[in-house]
Design a protein around this ligand. Structure first.
Ligand code: NHR
Length: 181
C-alpha cells in the first residue's frame, strides 16, 4: 500500500483517494494518514458469518470516495460476487505466488514443499473466483538453499513493492499489457 501511494506522484495517471482496511488496528492506516491520504476501517469481526453485510459496510466509505480503481494489498477477506461485480475490470490484487500456481493461502510454504526453484508474485484483476482473474504482471525470484517460508516471503515482498506500482501505472493509463520483472 505504501509503495503504491508513494508511486502516485508527478506524471502518474492516478492519485490515492482512500486507504480502507478491515482491521482498525492496521499499521497501514497510520502510515496512510501520515502521507495525507483519507483512511477508513470496517472491522469484519462483528459481521461474522455475514459477508454480504460486511461488504455493504465496506461499500459506504468506498463508494463515497468514488475510486476509479481499487487495489487490494494484503486484504485477506474473500469478496463475494456482489462486491466484485461492482468493480469488475477495475479491481487489482497482488498475490505472493506465480499464478496459476498456488492460489489461496500459505503460498511460500507450498512452493518450498514442492521443491520449486523459483517463486514470485502476480498482480491480477480480481474476479469472483479467488486468485483467478487476468494476469497483469509477474515478478520472479530464486528459491535459495536454506530458505524457509519467512526468508522466501521477504525476498518476494521486495519484488511485490516493485511490481505492483509498475502494473498500476500501466493499468491506470489504460494499458493491460502484462509487466514482467
Ligand atoms: N476475492 C475475490 N473474489 N477474488 C480474489 O481474487 C480475491 C478476493 C479477496 C482477497 C486476496 C487473496 C490473496 O492475495 C484476495 C483475492 C484471502 C483469502 C482467504 O482465504 C484467500 C486469498 C486472498 C485473500 N481469506 C479467508 C476468508 O475467510 C480468511 C483468511 C485469514 O483471515 O487469514 O476470507 O492471497
Amino acid at each position: 500500500m505504501v509503495a503504491l501511494v508513494q508511486s502516485m506522484v508527478g506524471d502518474h495517471p492516478a492519485r490515492p483517494v482512500l486507504v480502507l482496511s478491515n482491521d482498525p488496528e492496521a499499521k497501514g492506516l497510520v502510515r496512510a494518514a501520515e502521507m495525507g491520504i483519507p483512511t477508513a476501517a470496517v472491522d469484519h469481526r462483528p459481521f461474522k458469518g455475514d459477508r454480504a453485510a460486511f461488504e455493504a459496510a465496506l461499500l459506504e466509505p468506498l463508494s463515497a470516495a468514488r475510486p476509479d480503481i481499487v487495489c487490494l494489498a494484503g486484504f485477506m477477506r474473500i469478496l463475494t460476487p456482489g462486491f466484485t461485480s461492482r468493480f469488475a475490470g477495475r479491481m487489482l490484487n497482488i498475490h505472493p505466488s506465480l499464478l496459476p500456481k498456488y492460489p489461496g493461502l500459505h503460498t511460500h510454504q507450498r512452493a518450498l514443499d514442492a521443491g520449486d526453484a523459483e517463486a514470485g508474485c502476480t498482480v491480477h484483476e480480481v474476479t469472483e473466483v479467488l486468485d483467478d482473474g487476468p494476469v497483469l504482471g509477474q515478478a520472479r525470484v530464486p528459491v535459495l538453499p536454506g530458505d524457509d517460508a519467512e526468508t522466501l516471503a521477504a525476498r518476494v515482498l521486495l519484488q511485490e513493492h516493485r511490481l505492483y506500482p509498475a502494473v498500476l501505472r500501466r493499468y491506470a493509463a489504460g494499458d493491460r499489457t502484462p509487466v514482467t520483472l
